[in-house]
Design a binder for this molecule. Structure first.
Ligand code: NI
Length: 405
């Protein structure tokens, strides 16, 4: 019986001798298949079915679907012990791929441009290896194949609400990282990724003829001042030693050259690590918006959408990862990860249990694999997949007190 009182089939179809080397071709094949059939956040229907079917082919797992497009697999060892969760995200992005390799996306307008195809494949590889080692495991490894990392409010929070972390002692997860060379793995305790909050603003003036501006309240001229002044928050209000970014990323207003429009819409993002600073940001942005619009007789609407919480790594979980990297790959692979203002909904799991998120180098200058995440020619060096599989296997064996393979 397992801890939830449910009978589990223990007959695995995977050989106990399965190793990271022997699943390498599988992992690359799975990644290329997923790459050809990307699906966007909350629509990962075929992807989740593919994951569930592949997991079922290993045997020895309890497989459930906590939400319609996510998959949870539990590998319960032969004796009692702690529970380690490992998470991979499975969703793609609304980007039209412009790579030229022969496994390019077959879905126009949708692309695995962040590496989540690789995350899914390397975790499947780790499951396959670990299923073969079930008899050596004391405790449980829980594999979370998460939907919708790319779209606020994210799939992680939904899975936490669905109870996927019930009974879990620690969680780890990784991102293939285009800023880091293949062959390196970055781990860091403490703050690693920012909270990506979202701004929605409308500046409301009064439109009219472009040649008679004094009879209008020109929202385009006011928006220009607002955008310029907004940058004073980071440069003049925020402690220079405290990371913060404000970017306006969309500005929409007007229809033609001789009409001053009535309104301008703006969208953007605010990135911070520190919770106190994060809490102050909406006030600071609105103070400038209110001051500039009222100075010119305009009005505004302002919506501040809170995105994911910052990813802050637990010391113990980070140490588990450092040991796993060194045991599986050697000392010279491990580096201290550089924090990024990017966001990740892995933070939702870290609100519930100790966890650590880390970066696996996937860049290769010689092979021309240099584009940033979310680029239409984003790619990964597939040698990185092996690193992920090895680290997950090593971390699971370590956490569950089994001998390293
Ligand atoms: Ni990503």
């Amino acid at each position: 019986m397992d801890p939830l009182g449910k009978e589990i089939s223990v007959s695995a179809s995977v050989s106990p001798n399965e190793t990271v080397e022997s699943v390498r071709d599988d992992v690359i094949g799975w990644r290329r298949h997923l790459h050809q059939y990307p699906e966007r956040s909350f629509h990962e229907v075929r992807t989740s079915q593919f994951v569930a079917d592949t997991l079922a082919s290993f045997g020895g797992l309890e497989i459930t679907r906590p939400t319609p497009t996510s998959v949870l697999a539990r590998l319960v060892g032969s004796g009692p012990g702690p529970v380690l969760a490992i998470r991979a995200d499975i969703d793609a992005l609304p980007i039209n791929e412009r790579n030229t390799h022969d496994f390019i996306s077959r879905e126009p307008g949708t692309m695995h441009a962040c590496g989540h195809d690789g995350h899914t494949a390397m975790l499947l590889g780790a499951v396959k290896v670990l299923v073969g080692k079930r008899d050596a495991l004391n405790g449980e490894v829980r594999f979370i194949f998460q939907h919708a990392e790319e779209l606020n409010p994210g799939g992680a929070e939904e899975l936490v609400q669905a109870g996927v972390l019930d009974g879990v002692d620690m969680i780890i997860g990784a991102h293939l990282w285009s800023a880091l060379a293949v062959g390196k793995v970055g781990v860091k305790a403490g703050a690693l990724m920012a909270s990506p909050d979202i701004l929605h603003i409308t500046i409301k003036g009064s439109g009219g003829h472009a040649a008679i501006p004094h009879q209008t309240i020109d929202p385009i001229a006011i928006a220009a001042q607002f955008i310029t002044n907004l940058q004073y928050i980071v440069s003049r209000n925020v402690d220079p030693l405290q990371p913060a970014v404000i970017s306006i990323t969309r500005i929409a207003g007007g229809t033609t050259h001789n009409v001053i429009p009535g309104e301008v819409e703006l969208e953007g993002t605010v990135r911070t690590f520190d919770p106190t600073l994060r809490a102050e940001m909406p006030k600071r942005v609105e103070r400038i918006l209110s001051g500039i619009t009222s100075a010119h007789g305009a009005s505004y609407s302002f919506e501040y959408e809170h995105g994911y919480r910052p990813v802050v790594n637990d010391e113990g979980a980070s140490e588990l990862l450092r040991r796993a990297v060194v045991n599986a790959l050697g000392d010279d692979v491990l580096i201290e990860a550089t924090p990024t203002m990017g966001g990740e909904d892995f933070s939702a799991y870290q609100q519930r249990v100790p966890g650590a998120f880390f970066f696996i180098g996937a860049r290769c200058e010689e092979r021309g694999i240099v584009q940033p995440h979310h680029h239409e020619r984003f790619d990964i060096d597939e040698r990185a997949l092996d690193f992920g599989t090895r680290i997950f296997v090593a971390a699971a064996l370590d956490f569950l007190g089994a001998k390293q393979a």
